[in-house]
Ligand binder design. Sequence first.
Ligand SMILES: [Zn+2]
Length: 68
Amino acid sequence: MATTVRGEVTCLSCGRFLGVIETTDGRLRIVRPGSGGVLPRVDRGHLRCGRCGGRAIVETSMDSVYAA
Ligand SMILES: [Zn+2]
């Protein structure tokens, strides 16, 4: 059974909200793009800002894990 975790992606460099992602068994899916249509991208296993290329982090919320 797959475990899906949802999280909000934020860039550490420019502080931009990059959208909401879901990870299921290590696969990443964009649920909702961030402001201005900016998307996070994966570079060698690390999330990066689609705008400035800075490092992005995922903040997971247990409340929204199974909310779809
Ligand atoms: Zn950025």
